[in-house]
Design a protein around this ligand. Structure first.
Ligand code: ATP
Ligand code: MG
Length: 366
């Protein structure tokens, strides 16, 4: 076991899930979540995120494997006895109750006395800056206000674990960004362990301690946001997270930490061998737009230079986004800072671009 697993608060141990007895929608999931950690499950639609959350919440049972909470298997504990706070997109507030009654409900269920209840409700409302709204009914609130109340209701009984499934999906950009900040602040201040589901990668990268990237019922990579972005382990993760340039080719040679790759247009480049093993392997070479330089003075002498044709040069305020044709790929994008010395490029112009070999990752060809 690694050190993260030793103080694990939530553990999925070889968990599988099938709804129909045939197809596995969660395949051999092993995941340890530390106490107080903010872990996000990120992945495309249908990849199994909600299913994992539902099993943890107790609304679905695992077909195989165990789920542990604080060291104890919870397979047979019903949802309301797990002490988990939940915010689901369609887990609505009770419409016939006021906001304050909605918040008091989880406390009543737990037999908390009236005065303690009132105090906790008041604090929870303050926490989401809705102190003046206790007497309203959910229908008298905006969508964003309802989401904040749902959040307050999930936290009001001070759970050790909170599950959130796309809780901000319905909100406009500004409120969503505000709530992203609020949620992480609350979770960290209260020391709550959070499992958060989203298919918004920016949200995942900005909020999380670690992100589990799901595809097809499996975790493709589990890592801190910067590692995920800078060091994707396979082509799915490289393409799912952030903008990315890809070039297809074949591995010619692997020596120490350098792979020599022949791109499909015949050009030879060096790359870091990440998910290729031997000469002859097809590979997708991945490089982030901001790691490519067009200015020779900013390139170090060991940078790798390739030829490119400018297709589009777009002014975006703080940066220029340039689309190029590189080794047959017409969607090769680079981003350059809008610096005083940055010359405007013209479509049709032929230039040399360059990057450091270690920023160029040889991954599996999909
Ligand atoms: N109750 C159910 N009965 C049968 N199949 C289901 C059920 N719930 C989900 N599935 C299937 O399981 C797979 C995983 O679904 P899940 O809801 O976990 O995906 P998700 O990652 O949350 O997707 P989304 O981003 O669209 O919410 C999908 O193929 C889905 O069709
Ligand atoms: Mg879902």
């Amino acid at each position: 076991m690694n050190s993260a697993a030793n103080d694990a608060f939530v553990v999925f141990d070889r968990v599988q899930k099938s709804y129909d007895g045939e197809t596995l929608v969660v395949k051999d999931l092993n995941l340890s979540i530390g106490k107080g950690e903010f872990l996000t499950m990120l992945g495309p639609s249908g990849s199994g995120k909600t299913t994992c959350l539902m099993m943890l919440a107790g609304f679905e049972t695992a077909t195989h494997g165990d789920i542990l909470l604080d060291g104890e298997p919870i397979n047979n504990i019903p949802p309301h006895k797990r002490g988990i706070g939940m915010v689901f997109q369609n887990y609505a507030l009770f419409p016939h109750m006021t906001v304050a009654e909605n918040l008091a409900f989880p406390l009543e269920v737990r037999n908390i006395g009236k005065s303690a209840r009132e105090e906790k409700v008041r604090r929870a409302l303050e926490m989401v800056q809705m102190g003046a709204f206790g007497g309203r009914r959910p229908a008298q609130l905006s969508g964003g206000q309802q989401q904040r109340i749902a959040l307050a209701r999930a936290l009001v009984f001070e759970p050790e674990l909170v599950l959130m499934d796309e809780p901000l999906g319905a909100l406009d950009k500004q409120l969503r960004e505000h709530m992203q900040f609020e949620i992480t602040r609350l979770a960290h201040n209260l020391g709550i362990t959070t499992v958060y589901v989203t298919h918004d990668q920016t949200e995942a990268l900005t909020m999380s301690d670690r992100v589990a990237v799901f595809d097809d019922g499996r975790i493709q990579q589990l890592a801190a946001p910067d590692i995920l972005y800078e060091q994707p382990e396979n082509s799915f993760v490289a393409q799912f997270i952030g903008e990315n340039n890809t070039l297809l080719g074949t591995v010619k040679e692997i020596k120490d930490d350098v792979a020599l790759v022949e791109l499909d247009d015949g050009e030879l480049i060096d790359a870091k061998p990440v998910n290729v093993s031997k000469p002859g392997d097809r590979t997708l070479v991945s490089i982030r737009p901001e790691r490519v330089e067009i200015s020779k003075d900013r390139l170090s002498p060991d940078a790798h230079l390739v030829h490119a044709e400018v297709l589009e040069f777009i002014y975006m305020g703080d940066i220029y986004r340039t689309r190029l044709r590189v080794a047959g790929n017409e969607d090769f994008v680079i981003k350059t800072r809008n610096a005083p010395d940055q010359r405007r490029l013209k479509p049709g112009e032929h230039i040399e671009i360059g990057w450091m070999p270690q920023d160029c990752r040889a991954l599996d060809a999909p």
